[in-house]
Design a protein around this ligand. Structure first.
Ligand SMILES: O=C[C@H](O)[C@H](O)[C@H](O)COP(=O)(O)O
Length: 221
């Protein structure tokens, strides 16, 4: 199985969590794009979808799927999204597609987070994937210096402006021994909107596409 077949298999397995009458949060990225295709084909009679990015909103609309404003919904029963890395506690690094802030908002508004990945995304320890940090352009240089003080080595993602009009710093070299603390510490830097550590809001269910099909996992406590 190639990587896209694995992503597609995981994405299609997430359909089992989508029930009629639900509002469904939809993440961003190549794995989620397979999920959107599956949603369009299945036509489950949901109440609507909340998108975590402009790209996802456009893709849902192009399939004729009903997109709702997050401000017009209460708690969302389910959120389906991919990840750049996920560990055994279902803590993640996200934001490879620069959508991390809205993703974290929709994920946090959701009662259940179903993470869909191919098996290359599973890691013992987070931190190999450069951590995306969304930063107000005004504060870019200041924030970069604070990230260096935390032990990181930030690089500006060239040519990228987020859906919120901000820049992304991709950071390597950080210590992920305590991801909850790292997530909090980076978000305490003035000028940081959010960062791609999802440790406070972890996934609840993990669907992994691999050579033997899709495995469903629950997090280790
Ligand atoms: O900003 C993007 C998101 O966090 C994506 O969910 C993440 O990068 C995984 O994307 P993909 O499914 O394309 O590997």
């Amino acid at each position: 199985m190639d990587i896209n077949q694995k992503k597609k298999a995981a994405a299609e397995a997430a359909l089992a969590y989508v029930k009629p009458g639900m509002i469904v949060g939809v993440g961003t990225g190549s794995t989620v794009n397979f999920f959107i295709e599956a949603l369009a084909a299945a036509r489950v009679q949901v109440d609507g979808y909340v998108a975590s990015s402009i790209a996802t909103e456009q893709r849902l609309r192009s399939q004729g799927l009903n997109v709702l404003d997050l401000n017009q919904t209460g708690d969302i029963p389910i959120y389906v999204d991919g990840a750049d890395e996920i560990d055994i506690y279902f803590r993640m690094i996200k934001g490879g597609g620069a959508a991390l802030t809205r993703e974290k908002i929709v994920a946090s508004a959701a009662r259940q987070f179903v993470c869909i990945v191919d098996d290359s995304k599973e890691v013992n320890m987070l931190g190999k994937f450069p951590l995306p940090v969304e930063v107000l352009p005004f504060a870019r240089s200041f924030v970069a210096r604070q990230l260096v003080k935390l032990g990181g080595n930030p690089t500006l993602r060239q040519g990228v402006s987020t859906d919120n009009g901000n820049v992304i710093l991709d950071v390597v070299g950080l210590d992920f021994t305590n991801p909850v603390e790292l997530e909090r510490e980076i978000n305490n830097i003035p000028g940081v909107l959010d960062n791609g550590v999802f440790a406070k809001r972890r996934a609840d269910v993990l669907l992994v596409g691999g050579n033997d099909g899709v495995q469903t996992h629950k997090p280790q406590q």
